[in-house]
Design a protein around this ligand. Structure first.
Ligand code: GDP
Ligand code: IMO
Ligand code: MG
Length: 422
């Protein structure tokens, strides 16, 4: 059996959580491979709306093993809160939740460093979620990190103290006031809490599942345009959000990757700072934001909105090897008479290109648009593709032709059931 990978092709919040929950009954295992509590994956079903941050989105389906992989950075305090919020759902975590011992821990001081670094950047700040993501990956790569498995060994507290001392020395160079003591008691309570879960060598668990023909879905967080290598650097997150990240973040060999499911919105959004070529600053952008309830699931910040960006989408498809597309939030565009799609970028020297420039941040790209008619029909009650208006079919065909990849599913609302198979 191969591992299918599901990931966002834009700047995050494409609707990954909804789709993982929708697809989960087809899988035995759902595994997160990167990111941490910066993610906010929203699931809606049976009148419940639930936001997951670190726990995989297969958690609500019975008989599924949910794995938090080694590539994730985990905040134990957020983990404890997430488990608490799942209390009313009667989930047996002993059977369906596994955490890699190699997952790196986010300490309270990582969050302080995140805030201090952002403050020092001034107007060039990244717009980080301030969950400690960057500083924790920094420590991992610098070989200073503490991992979940370390909490089982003697001397954890001493190693914690050594790392925090390092962090405090760094913080002393910043104009930044903080109170670490207050955050430490909940952190150590959460570490105790974590000991009660299945802490495993998840690379063995997952490879044994592959051997015994269990079906596995790897759940990406963030989106390809936030990837540390290929995103709009430096306005990115600190992990590889792309398919290759599933290999390193779970211990899966490249030849064991199967389908790559690319999730994208019928338009674009971005939360936080950084370049966004098709961003709308007018009443159309505002209308999309209101209709799509485009406010961050983790931070509540308004999401910037704009037209679908084909050069960026094609780039994401290329670096990920996307085999099928899922188009989300088609219902949101029902309010529009005209829908625009960016086909090319015009560079400052006047040349047209379909490629992403090296540095979106410095290159003043002007999007070149095609215009398509809107469908002006409420889609939220549609249950079959035969009910799609012709203009929506045309929009789907247009994107398929431009990208060379089939759109397999169109999502017409936030609920599990508002998902139309093509
Ligand atoms: P994720 O981070 O990729 O899992 O996405 P988020 O949960 O952060 O953001 C997606 C938002 O859109 C959530 O509020 C979802 O409930 C909602 N959503 C998902 N699919 C659809 C859809 O097809 N239509 C509408 N209107 N909302 C959707
Ligand atoms: P999901 O999984 C949207 C953005 C932040 C900021 C940048 C760096 O829900 O799609 P970080 O906290 O990682 O240092 O922030 O990345 N960002 C996201 N935007 N969805 C996310 O996750 C995001 N995770 C991080 O807003 O611009
Ligand atoms: Mg989100």
């Amino acid at each position: 059996m191969k591992v299918d990978v599901l990931l966002g092709l834009q700047w995050g919040d494409e609707g990954k959580g909804k789709v993982v929950d929708f697809l989960a009954p087809q899988y035995n295992v759902v595994a997160r491979f990167q990111g941490g509590p910066n993610a906010g994956h929203t699931l809606e079903f049976d009148g419940h709306k639930h936001v997951l941050h670190q726990i995989p989105s297969g958690i609500f389906r019975e008989n599924i093993k949910n794995i938090i992989g080694n590539g994730v950075v985990l905040d134990p305090v957020v983990f404890k809160e997430e488990i608490g919020a799942l209390g009313k759902f009667n989930i047996d975590f002993t059977k369906n939740l596994f955490l890699s011992k190699k997952t790196t821990l986010i300490l309270p001081s990582h969050k302080l460093l995140d805030a201090a670094f952002e403050k020092a950047k001034g107007k060039n700040k990244i717009g980080s979620t301030l969950k400690g993501i960057g500083p924790t990956y920094q420590d991992k790569i610098a070989r200073n990190g503490l991992r979940i498995g370390d909490i089982l060994a003697p001397g954890f507290e001493e190693r914690y103290r050594n790392l925090v001392n390092k962090h405090e020395r760094t913080l002393s160079h910043y104009d930044f006031e903080y109170d670490l003591k207050e955050a430490e008691a909940p952190f150590f309570e959460a570490i105790e809490f974590l000991r009660g879960f299945n802490l495993v060598n998840s690379e063995y668990l997952i490879n044994n599942c592959i051997k015994s023909s269990e079906t596995i879905l790897a759940e990406g967080a963030q989106g390809s345009l936030l990837d540390i290598d290929f995103g709009s650097y430096p306005y990115v997150t600190s992990s590889n959000t792309m398919t290759a990240g599933a290999c390193t973040g779970l211990g899966v060999a490249p030849q064991n990757i199967g389908s790559v499911i690319g999730i994208f919105k019928a338009y674009c959004t971005r939360v936080g700072g950084g370049p966004f070529p098709t961003e709308l600053f007018d009443e159309v952008g505002e209308a999309i934001q209101n209709e799509g309830h485009e406010f961050g699931a983790t931070t509540g910040r308004p999401r910037r909105c704009g037209w679908l960006d084909l050069p960026a989408l094609k780039y994401a498809i290329m670096i990920n090897g996307v085999t099928e597309l899922y188009m989300m939030k088609a219902d949101v565009l029902s309010i529009l008479d005209e829908i625009k799609v960016c086909t090319h970028y015009k560079l400052s020297d006047g040349t047209l290109t379909e490629e992403m420039p090296f540095q979106l941040v410095d290159e003043d790209v002007e999007p070149v648009y095609d215009s398509l008619p809107g469908w002006k029909k409420d889609l939220t009650g549609v249950t079959d593709k035969n009910e799609f208006p012709q203009e929506l079919n045309d929009y789907v065909s247009y994107i398929e032709k431009a990208t060379g990849v089939k759109i397999k599913v169109v999502s017409v609302g936030p609920d599990r059931i508002q998902t139309i198979n093509l």
